[in-house]
Design a protein around this ligand. Structure first.
Ligand code: 13P
Ligand code: SF4
Length: 370
């Protein structure tokens, strides 16, 4: 690709200036009209971490597992405008048919965790792991990873997982091989393996930057889980100090966190589980109860509003929303829909066919068991 093409391509990904002068009301009216005009040709999935201004237009909202299932089941929509982050749109592209086009309203809506494992690092690390443990390792990847990593995992007999089914998928993985490589979130991997009864000294961390294992147990041969050294920059901001503050100031409060939080935070909380688990637990909670929630802020704010009969607040009072999720807003959603209407496809997500071929195996191994 020439430099000019590259620059033009980048320009195509930037919101045109005219959208900055529209009021929210104008944008909402236009989106409503466009949605009505497209009818079933258009489908808008929205992750629970999206802003309310976007979620109001979602045809379905859900966690990563639900959105993957919903995308795979939809055979009608010609255009899937994915309100979430890049890896979710890639997953939708992999799971949908060739005549369906997946669009991400803002190409900058990435995921810092997914960026912590690239395919070169993974292949290099895998070689060292094979030298250390032989052919005893099955790779699993959190869906929060690039299509290339999902493809690597699919090629090596492994599967994807989400926070809703990680336990089930780890159990399955141990029926296939003696050891697991878990990418790219060390915390979800560690918390899930620990729940399955694997002691911490049977887990090693793979540092992809230093290209070496981090292990402080006694017997390296006993390692059952290799955790990729990645994390979520949002969920890592919940700390044991936050928990102690809540315990000291509001001892009646229940503390519930997402398993992307560190082991120490999960261990000191009352409940831990996926986004969907957190939503369901709060739905089932008695009026008048108090809940400190350790997950993304757009969702916590929504839960606070929905459950006005309960005291629901963020475990970390200084918490911000996930900045990349937040890149999708009314203006970008409207721009996507108008681009489709004008016959210009901005921000289409197209996964490399070779990656897609292998990644779909990893995704289907999960969806069959989810
Ligand atoms: P889930 O939707 O699987 O709970 O994942 C949370 C998340 O961080 C999505 O990016
Ligand atoms: Fe990625 Fe964390 Fe944001 Fe989810 S919340 S998209 S894992 S950075």
């Amino acid at each position: 690709m020439s430099l000019l093409e590259l620059l033009q391509g980048t320009e195509n990904h930037i919101l045109p200036e005219r959208y900055n002068h529209l009021s929210d009301r104008e944008m909402e009216q236009r989106i409503t009209a466009l949605k009505a005009a497209f009818g079933e040709r258009l489908f808008i999935p929205g992750h629970h971490y999206q802003k309310d201004e976007v979620i109001q237009f979602a045809d379905a909202s859900g966690d990563s597992l639900q959105l993957a299932q919903i995308s795979a089941a939809n055979k009608k929509a010609e255009y899937i405008v994915f309100c979430g982050v890049h890896f979710m749109a890639e997953t939708a592209d992999i799971l949908t048919e060739d005549y369906q086009k997946v669009i991400l309203p803002d190409m900058r809506a990435g995921c810092s965790m997914a960026d912590m494992a690239n395919i070169t690092q993974t292949e290099r690390g895998w070689t060292v792991m094979q030298e250390a443990f032989g052919d005893t390792i099955l790779p699993l990847t959190y869906v929060n990873s690039t299509a290339a990593i999902k493809s690597f995992v699919g090629k090596h007999g492994g599967a994807t997982v989400t926070s809703s089914n990680a336990k089930k998928m780890l159990e399955w993985a141990f029926t296939q091989k003696e050891r697991i490589l878990f990418l790219p979130d060390q915390h979800l991997g560690r918390n899930t393996a620990y729940d399955l009864g694997i002691p911490l000294d049977e887990m090693a961390v793979w540092n992809p930057i230093a290209e070496k294992f981090e292990f402080d147990g006694d017997d390296f041969d006993k390692v059952k889980v290799i955790l990729w050294k990645g994390h979520c920059s949002v969920h890592e901001n919940f700390t044991v100090t936050n928990i102690e503050e809540v315990r000291n100031t509001k001892p009646e409060t229940n503390i519930i966190v997402h398993p992307e939080c560190s082991r120490e935070v999960v261990a000191k909380s009352d409940y831990a589980g996926s986004t969907n688990y957190i939503i369901k637990t709060l739905e089932a909670a008695e009026p008048g109860t108090s809940w400190a929630v350790g997950t993304e802020m757009n969702l916590v704010n929504r839960l606070t509003k929905i459950h006005s009969d309960k005291d629901v607040f963020s475990l970390n009072s200084m918490m911000c929303p996930c900045l990349t999720m937040n890149r999708i807003d009314l203006a970008h959603l409207l721009w996507s829909l108008e681009s489709i209407e004008e016959g210009r496809m901005s921000n289409q997500i197209i996964v490399d066919p070779e990656d897609s071929k292998w990644a779909v195996l990893a995704l289907n191994r999960m969806l069959e068991r989810a």
